[in-house]
Structures are given as C-alpha cells and as structure tokens.
Design a protein around this ligand. Structure first.
Ligand SMILES: Cc1cc2nc3c(=O)[nH]c(=O)nc-3n(C[C@H](O)[C@H](O)[C@H](O)COP(=O)(O)OP(=O)(O)OC[C@H]3O[C@@H](n4cnc5c(N)ncnc54)[C@H](O)[C@@H]3O)c2cc1C
Length: 380
C-alpha cells in the first residue's frame, strides 16, 4: 500500500529538525557517550526537541499536538534516532504515553498530556515483570479494589524512562483481568532503580516497585479489564516506531561508513574502491532502505486507518535484525578503528543488539506473522 508523502511544510520541518539535532544535540550525545544523562539535563533536551514536534506530532491540534500524519512523524523520528538512539527511545516512549492519554478520562488527559507534549514530564509504560516478558497475559502485579481505589503491589522491569518518570501507566491484574492505571510518582508513590546494560545507558531502563500504592479508580485508562486488548493495540502502534530506532542506527552506520571508506586508504587507494568494501556499503544501504520502507508502510496504514498488525510485526522483526547485520558490517569496514571509542560504530552495534528485544522479541514477531498467515498458533 502506498503511503502519503509528506507535504512541503513537513519536509521543511524535517530539514530544520536535522540541522538542530546536528548543531545542538550531537555534541551532548558525544559528551554523555555511555553515561547516564541526569533527569534535569534530559528534560532540557526533551523540551528543545518538543519545539520541533516530538512527541506531539500526531496528537490532534485540539489536544495540543500538531495533528500531522504518522508518516511525517516517522521522518522526524528517523532524524532523531540517527543522532541518538538513547534520546530516540526516551521520546518514543513519551510519544506512546501521549497517545495512550488520549484514551484517558478528560480530567486525567488534560492534567498530564500538556507536560508530556512540552517535553517537561516523563511518562513510562509498565508491562514487563521479572517473571513476565513475552507472555503478557501472565502479569502478576496486583491491583486490588478497595472501594473507589486500587491497592497496587508488584514489580515491573525493563521500564524505559522508568527512573525519569513522573508517572507510569501500569498494567495490573485484578478481579476483572488486566487494566491500565496511571500512577503518579509524587502523589501515589513508587520506587525505581536504574539498570546498567551493554548500551543505551544514557537514558533510563529501570525496575519499578509498588508497595501498597493507593490509586483512585478515576486514574484508570479505559475500562477495568481492558488491559490485555489495549496492550496488544499499544504493541501494534509501537512496533513501527521501534523499527525506526533501527532505521536511525543504520542511517548513522551508513553515513559513518561512507565517510570512512572514502577517506581511509589501503593498497594505495581509498578502501571504497576495493570491491568487498564497496559491497558492504551497498549491503548497509539496502538493509536500511528496505527497513525504512517497511516501517513507513506501517505508518501509512495507520494514517489510512487500516489494520497493520502483520505489517508492523514484519517491519519490527526485519528492521531490528537488519540493524544488527548492518552495524556489524560497519564495524568490520572500519577495521581496528571500528572497535575503538574514537569512532561511533562499536556503539551502534551494541545498541543494535538491544533493539530486537523490546515490544516483542524477533521470535515472538515470527510467531505472530506465522499465526496471521496460517491461522495456526505455534506459541506453545
Ligand atoms: C531496552 C529495553 C527496553 C524495554 N522497555 C520496556 C518498557 O518500556 N516497558 C515494558 O513493559 N517492557 C519493556 N521492555 C521489556 C521487553 O518488552 C521484554 O524484554 C520482552 O518482551 C522480552 O521479555 P523477556 O526479556 O522477559 O524475555 P523472555 O520472554 O523470557 O524470552 C527469553 C527468550 O525466549 C524467547 N521466547 C519466549 N517465548 C517464546 C516462544 N513461545 N517461542 C519461541 N521463543 C520464545 C524470546 O524470544 C527470548 O529470546 C524493554 C526491554 C528492553 C531490552
């Protein structure tokens, strides 16, 4: 299905965003390479990024967003992710939270959405738990009714933005099944602990702990018991965006590889003129282009209001696995320099390895794809 091409205004906005990212954000990314960006500093960055339309790009104008298409938003995300996967994942989660708030009761939406769109507040989505990853239906975090409140007990893990978060949209299990509820860190209380990883350490991936956390039922997002259905909808929306993280990484790997291959000389000529090196450039470019097209097709289908769970799973699995291959090629192309901190490609590879895991691993995407095509489940 063809996707709606961005108009001239949108193209100009993408261009302006690219210039801003290279001038203002790239130096900060270098300064904090592999180091945690403190919340105040992160907020300084997210508020500047918000002026260019992320995370509010597709949020309707009447709710404070720009009302643009997902296709145009995908282009903005690609620019951000090509400069920083850490910032990309942080803003991407706020983007998902903003969309989720559109389904919240108006009072709740109007209290939190403006801060998220301005880049001043950090939200997060708490689904995964220490014993619950791929099988969301098994969630153990309890939300037990006490009159018009819920008492929440349990632990979430791998929560992007967790340590920064001002609030969490928590998936909890109660009498009616799974539900989503907004828990405010200051008002209702929860604890977080950041997790060190092989990469993406400039942003927060955290554990979140609830201990007799008392939250009014007016903080429920959509109906009690609707959590599983809504989590699946969230995944469908998220997968194209996670794919874009990998597109951004491949774009950075390609740009760095072209610069290196046209500069570095061996056997008396630039290495780009050696055919096996030229093939690496072509391989990275093809993986990037196919992945971008698959993700943009998903955004085009979302814009058209067409179901795209199959396409989203294919885009997520293909783009994220392609980035691992592409970044590996980029490291090899850089020779010994590729594994040093002088160059960025080793960082891209470490980041690329992470992205096939969140929002349904590659294995889980393959199971979805096969089930949609055959009608037969191979999950258990
Ligand atoms: C950087 C990062 C950010 C994240 N952000 C968030 C977030 O913001 N919020 C959130 O809730 N979660 C988040 N997650 C968690 C993520 O969604 C889970 O890690 C993911 O769903 C996999 O769960 P798991 O790690 O428990 O692996 P498991 O489910 O334990 O899987 C382990 C391995 O077994 C495979 N496997 C499992 N079941 C099957 C099966 N039926 N058939 C074949 N293979 C199978 C998996 O593919 C994987 O290779 C994040 C994770 C990462 C790495």
């Amino acid at each position: 299905m063809p996707y709606q091409l961005p108009d001239e205004d949108q193209n100009l906005a993408v261009e302006a965003f690219r210039k801003f990212l290279h001038a203002k954000i790239k130096p900060v990314v270098k300064e904090y390479r592999d180091r945690f960006i403190p919340k105040e500093k992160m907020r300084e960055l997210t508020t500047q990024i918000a002026e260019f339309g992320l995370p509010g790009c597709t949020i309707p104008v009447e709710h404070g967003g720009m009302g643009w298409t997902y296709t145009a938003q995908g282009m903005l995300f690609e620019e951000l992710m090509a400069v920083s996967c850490d910032l990309g994942i942080c803003v991407m989660i706020n983007n998902g939270v903003a969309r989720r708030l559109l389904s919240a009761p108006p009072a709740l939406r109007d209290r939190y959405l403006p801060g998220i769109l301005a880049g001043e507040l950090f939200g997060c989505a708490g689904i995964s738990e220490p014993d619950v990853g791929s099988n969301v239906a098994e969630i153990r975090t309890r939300g037990d009714r006490d009159g018009d409140h819920f008492i929440i007990n349990g632990e979430k893990t791998w929560i992007t933005n967790g340590h920064y978060s001002d609030f969490i949209i928590c998936t909890m299990k109660g009498e009616k099944g799974l539900s989503h509820i907004l828990v405010d860190r200051k008002e209702h209380g929860y604890e977080t602990r950041n997790i060190e990883k092989i990469a993406l350490n400039s942003q927060s991936t955290a554990q979140v702990f609830f201990s007799d956390t008392r939250v009014p039922d007016s903080n429920l997002i959509e109906g009690e018991g609707d959590g599983l259905k809504n989590t699946m909808k969230m995944f469908e929306m998220a997968r194209g965006h996670v794919g874009m993280l990998s597109v951004g990484l491949m774009r950075a790997a390609l740009e760095d590889s072209i610069a290196y291959a046209t500069e570095r000389k061996q056997f008396g000529k630039v290495i780009a003129s050696h055919q096996l090196v030229a093939a690496k450039i072509a391989n990275i470019a093809m993986l990037l282009d196919a992945s971008r097209l698959m993700c943009q097709r998903v955004f085009g289908m979302i814009d058209a209001g067409v179901r795209c769970d199959l396409e989203a799973s294919m885009a997520k699995a293909f783009a994220t696995e392609s980035a691992v291959k592409a970044c590996r090629e980029a490291v090899q192309l850089h020779g010994g320099n590729g594994i040093t901190k002088e160059f960025m490609v080793e960082k891209y590879l470490r980041e690329a390895i992470i992205i096939p895991i969140p929002d349904g691993t590659t294995e889980i995407q393959r199971l979805f794809i096969s089930r949609r095509l055959t009608g037969v489940s191979a999950f258990v």
